[in-house]
Ligand binder design. Structure first.
Ligand code: KIV
Length: 292
């Protein structure tokens, strides 16, 4: 099987694809939820590279260039150390590799919380440099004025409430949120504030199932659950978790494959073939053409 591929990025008007693929739009995603119900759940996965985006794109409505790339790609212990340059480089790659999905890029920790102006500068930079359609920001009531500021200036925003990994140092870990009544009420208020501020969808992460269900019923924009509820208007997973790339499997992850095992087997097969000199074989070599 060939491992080479061509990135066909010719989606501009000047170079239309033979069968033009129309990218979904932010209003189309928002419009999936009508009168409080979403007939067709929104499918979202994270993506960090062009090739993975190509593979996921036909199956997804939204691709999230999550700051989880800090752990997944860069081996960092938290998302706190993820930089804007990382997000821009991977965001641009995912846009190049996708044709259909709405691409959303996470704003990394420390690049948007100080003020609405700081958030606008960061978000506009991300959209300009990547070609993505929207940004995602973690936070609740305190962030709502910032969300409103961006939305009113033409930047579509996905909110993120509940377990917000960028706040790991304040939260003290990644445990599920909303167990106490006070915490559940706070998360519901956060969700309401971000939705009222104009976010076109809202990620709800790591909360008690009834809370995610109640928020989904209450707010007008679609909710995207991760460790939340099947009642959410859509679901998102970190693609490497879903593929079975890591040994640790959080409760909310379903592994749809065991790719780590397959990579291990392939690497072992390659190593054995190199060591016993069966690779490269005759079909994998260039020979000079026989002379006249
Ligand atoms: O960074 C990320 O991948 C995310 C998802 C887990 C929602 O924020």
């Amino acid at each position: 099987m060939s491992t080479t591929f061509t990135l066909d990025t010719s989606t501009s008007r000047a170079h239309p694809l033979p069968e033009p693929v129309r990218r979904l739009t932010v209003p189309a995603i928002q419009g999936r939820k009508k009168d409080g119900a979403t007939a067709e759940p929104i499918v979202m996965l994270t993506a960090y590279t062009a090739r993975m985006a190509q593979l996921l794109d036909p199956h997804c409505d939204m691709l999230l260039v999550g700051d989880s790339l800090g752990q997944v790609i860069y081996g960092l212990d938290t998302t706190v150390r993820v930089t804007l340059d990382m997000m821009v480089a991977h965001g641009a790659a995912v846009v190049r590799g996708s044709y259909r999905s709405v691409v959303v890029v996470d704003l990394p920790f420390g690049t948007y919380e100080a003020s609405a102006e700081q958030a606008f500068a960061t978000a506009s930079h991300v959209l300009r440099e990547t070609g993505a359609a929207a940004v995602k920001m973690e936070g609740g009531e305190v962030l709502a004025p910032t969300v409103e500021f961006l939305v009113k200036r033409g930047i579509p925003v996905v909110g993120h409430v509940g377990l917000t990994p960028q706040a790991v140092n304040a939260l003290g870990g990644y445990g599920a949120r909303g167990r106490s009544e006070a915490e559940a009420l706070k998360i519901a208020a956060d969700a309401r504030a971000i939705a009222d501020a104009g976010a076109f969808s809202l990620v709800i992460e790591g909360v008690m199932e009834p809370l995610a269900r109640a928020i989904t019923t209450e707010i007008a924009c679609p909710t995207i659950g991760i460790g939340a509820s099947p009642a959410c208007d859509g679901q998102v997973l970190v693609v490497d978790d879903m593929l079975g790339m890591f040994e640790r499997v959080p409760r909310f992850v379903r592994r749809f494959d065991d790719v780590a095992a397959r990579v291990t087997a392939a690497a072992a097969g390659y190593a054995a073939a190199v060591r016993d000199r069966s690779f490269p074989g005759p079909a994998e070599l260039y020979q000079p053409k026989a002379k006249g």
